[in-house]
Design a protein around this ligand. Structure first.
Ligand SMILES: *[C@@H]1O[C@H](CO)[C@@H](O)[C@H](O)[C@H]1NC(C)=O
Ligand SMILES: *[C@@H]1O[C@H](CO)[C@@H](O)[C@H](O)[C@H]1NC(C)=O
Ligand SMILES: *[C@@H]1O[C@H](CO)[C@@H](O)[C@H](O)[C@H]1NC(C)=O
Ligand SMILES: *[C@@H]1O[C@H](CO)[C@@H](O)[C@H](O)[C@H]1NC(C)=O
Ligand SMILES: *[C@@H]1O[C@H](CO)[C@@H](O)[C@H](O)[C@H]1NC(C)=O
Ligand SMILES: *[C@@H]1O[C@H](CO)[C@@H](O)[C@H](O)[C@H]1NC(C)=O
Ligand SMILES: *[C@@H]1O[C@H](CO)[C@@H](O)[C@H](O)[C@H]1NC(C)=O
Ligand SMILES: *[C@@H]1O[C@H](CO)[C@@H](O)[C@H](O)[C@H]1NC(C)=O
Ligand SMILES: *[C@@H]1O[C@H](CO)[C@@H](O)[C@H](O)[C@H]1NC(C)=O
Ligand SMILES: *[C@@H]1O[C@H](CO)[C@@H](O)[C@H](O)[C@H]1NC(C)=O
Ligand SMILES: [Cu+2]
Length: 578
């Protein structure tokens, strides 16, 4: 009797212990404080006030675990409005915490604060955060790392070294970025190009007065490192390569991929890519530091920053003679116009699709929306001089709609069922005019757009396909289209015009890549599928900031479902007012 009592007690204690252990290893709430503040920063011998979080450029890294509740108190200490977006975090039912100004919230005013509260569900890997107000993300950005609670599904020969900083690409302007944007919108021309690309905020030694501002990553020989790569540049897609080292892609946008080894990657603004790098070189005095380089993947004929940023991978325990100019770029870095490379790279991306991480691509759809993504030329107001092409001004559109930001939050309007004509739910399902989208280069014909705040509204659970069709208006370009609140599957891509009778036959419905930002091929199309299972108001837009400013965007409303668990949660009490 006694023995069995003790046994029961022991079992009970063990159970309690087990519960404690599981609960401590499952979810918890992680708190962060973000102060948005100015910081004087010098690069390329130019000193200017830079908008930062906590005085850091780039901003602090957020580390959380899968399943965690996250609370980030953002205190706005500058005389500007601001918001922060947690790029790629799905925000299930918590659209209030998504961040795009006037889509899901009014901005956080000067001297005010707002606490973003959300849960990180069924995502693991590297994402990032950035300001989502005007062009503030030029300097207000950082990594958002979600640590998995499950073992890494790949086992390279060496144990994986994870604790090295992410590699974040950005752009630096010697002058005030706010003015660059203002000037662009005022005169209708293209924006001034950045003066440098940066790796972790540092331009590297290929720029004037910049050698001391070079990122150096120290590694040990014979190991395998996980590099978390983020493109936070405003307006440029980038190629990235490391001299003498191949990269094995294992994850994109916080979703595992089938591993594939490549000599370089292409990454658009908005995307993240995790790669494994094995330090298998035999370092000696003259090559103990290897050049890591990023430069644009270019599809635009307009002026742009065509420079190259470099950093170094430095093997430990070598003489480490500092590398001397001239620096040799990695031979494996693709040329800037290498669309073939970019295409092959994108074609190699596949979902892992394992038992633990199944690929949940919708095999059938309920609705298809075909939309052009286009640059436009708008006639210049008669009292103005415009600096776009042919004395007109640039705009951009989806299905010939240039998105105008409303003056209060669409999510609030939708949630409270306000009839304040803030937006209309009639985003066209198809291009209003059918023409040869990628045929002759349209430059002089009527290239105007319509202006408005149009959203696509679908019932909860809709299995949706978007066909994103580039056009030759002005200049075909590779556009990185980002969807908030949902990941999607890239089931097809191609050049020329999407052919509804032929192209769906070639779709990959087995292991298409899953991500939150797709590079739509230059002069081509991409078909993406998603399940609209996250109720709320979401922004869909080009992640080239200049194109978003010109209106290459739309709203996307997923209605509440029948079940209370399929509805937007009530707004938090500290939601900023307009
Ligand atoms: C943009 O570039 C032009 C030409 O170099 C210059 O005059 C202008 O001041 C620049 N604007 C900004 C905001 O840097
Ligand atoms: C990278 O991979 C390619 C193709 O698999 C191979 O030919 C090359 O030798 C590799 N380079 C390095 C530095 O390992
Ligand atoms: C490396 O440098 C050291 C000291 O400068 C020299 O003694 C050694 O011979 C060099 N080794 C190689 C492989 O160049
Ligand atoms: C970058 O553009 C400038 C101005 O158009 C040009 O002079 C220069 O040669 C270009 N550099 C590269 C590396 O293409
Ligand atoms: C590097 O040098 C340190 C100190 O001399 C030594 O402890 C370590 O084992 C060396 N590492 C490698 C990879 O050689
Ligand atoms: C042009 O005219 C419009 C309408 O009268 C006015 O709002 C705008 O400020 C004027 N723009 C310039 C540059 O003078
Ligand atoms: C919203 O307001 C407009 C204009 O006042 C009106 O025409 C429309 O019927 C209203 N819609 C609803 C759903 O109340
Ligand atoms: C579109 O224009 C291109 C280039 O002129 C041509 O090759 C193609 O056949 C045209 N497509 C259609 C559907 O007319
Ligand atoms: C877009 O809308 C404008 C303004 O109504 C119109 O002039 C133009 O023809 C339309 N373009 C296309 C491609 O539908
Ligand atoms: C900040 O946003 C509020 C709400 O939209 C607006 O009323 C105010 O004018 C903005 N202030 C600045 C400095 O842009
Ligand atoms: Cu774009």
């Amino acid at each position: 009797m006694e023995g069995s009592f003790y046994q029961h007690q022991l079992v009970a204690i063990l159970l309690v212990l087990a519960l404690l252990l599981t609960s401590s290893s499952s979810s918890s709430t992680k708190y962060f404080k973000f102060n948005v503040e100015w910081k004087s920063v010098t690069r390329l011998c130019h000193t200017k006030p830079v908008l930062t979080v906590n005085g850091k450029y780039p901003g602090p890294t957020i580390d959380v675990h899968e399943g965690d509740d996250v609370q980030i108190k953002v205190f706005n200490r500058v005389s500007r409005n601001t918001t922060i977006h947690w790029h790629g975090v799905r925000q299930v039912r918590t659209g209030w915490a998504d961040g795009p100004a006037y889509i899901t919230q009014c901005p956080i005013g000067a001297g005010s604060s707002y606490t973003y509260k959300f849960k990180v569900v069924d995502q693991r890997g590297t994402l990032w955060w950035h300001a989502h107000f005007l062009w503030q993300r030029a300097s207000v950005y950082g990594a958002f790392i979600i640590h998995s609670r499950m073992p890494f599904p790949f086992s390279p020969p060496n144990p994986i070294q994870r604790n090295i900083p992410p590699i974040i690409f950005g752009e630096w302007w010697n002058h005030d970025v706010e003015l660059v944007e203002k000037e662009m919108m005022l005169y209708g021309g293209g924006p001034n190009s950045s003066d440098a690309y940066t790796i972790n905020g540092l331009p590297g030694p290929l720029y004037p007065c910049s050698t001391k501002d070079t990122f150096i990553q120290t590694v040990e020989a014979g190991k395998t490192y996980l590099l978390r790569i983020i493109n936070a540049a405003l307006n440029d897609e980038l190629f990235f390569a490391v001299a003498n080292h191949n990269l094995t892609v294992v994850e994109i946008d916080a979703v595992y991929t089938k591993p594939f080894t490549t000599s370089a990657i292409m990454i658009t603004p908005g995307q993240t890519t995790n790669v494994l790098l094995t330090t298998d070189q035999v370092p000696h005095n003259s090559t103990s530091m290897f050049v890591m380089a990023a430069r644009p993947y270019l599809t635009s004929v307009f002026p742009f920053d065509n420079s190259t940023t470099i950093a170094f991978l430095k093997y430990k325990n070598t003489t480490n003679n500092p590398p001397m100019p001239p620096y040799t770029l990695p031979q494996n870095l693709p040329p800037m116009e290498d669309t073939l490379y970019a295409t092959q790279f994108s074609n190699n991306l596949k979902s892992l699709g394992s038992q633990d991480y199944p690929c949940r691509v919708p095999k059938k759809i309920d609705k298809q929306v075909v939309t052009t993504i286009s640059l436009n030329l708008q006639d210049c107001p008669s009292n103005q001089t415009c600096k776009g092409y042919l004395d007109k001004r640039f705009y951009a559109s989806m299905n010939n709609q240039s998105f105008l930001s409303p003056s209060t939050s669409i999510l609030e309007s939708h949630y409270h069922k306000l009839n304040n004509s803030l937006f209309t739910s009639d985003f066209p399902d198809n291009p209003p005019n059918v023409f040869n989208y990628t045929g002759v280069n349209h430059v002089t014909e009527n290239m105007n757009t319509k202006f408005g705040t149009k959203v696509l509204k679908v019932p909860f659970g809709t299995k949706l396909e978007f066909v994103l069709q580039d056009t030759n208006f002005l200049n075909p370009e590779n556009h990185p289209i980002h969807v908030h609140g949902h990941n999607f599957f890239i089931v097809g891509r191609g050049f020329g015009n999407f052919d509804a009778s032929k192209d769906p036959k070639g779709y990959n419905l087995v292991d298409p890549p899953e991500r939150n930002t797709v590079a739509v091929p230059v002069g081509g199309w991409a078909a993406i599928r998603l399940i609209a299972d996250n109720p709320g108001v979401w922004f869909i837009h080009c992640h080239l900031e200049e194109h978003t400013s010109w209106g290459l965007a739309m709203g996307f409303i997923v209605k509440d479902g029948e079940d209370p668990s399929q509805s937007v949660i009530p707004p938090p009490s500290d939601l900023p007012p307009c």
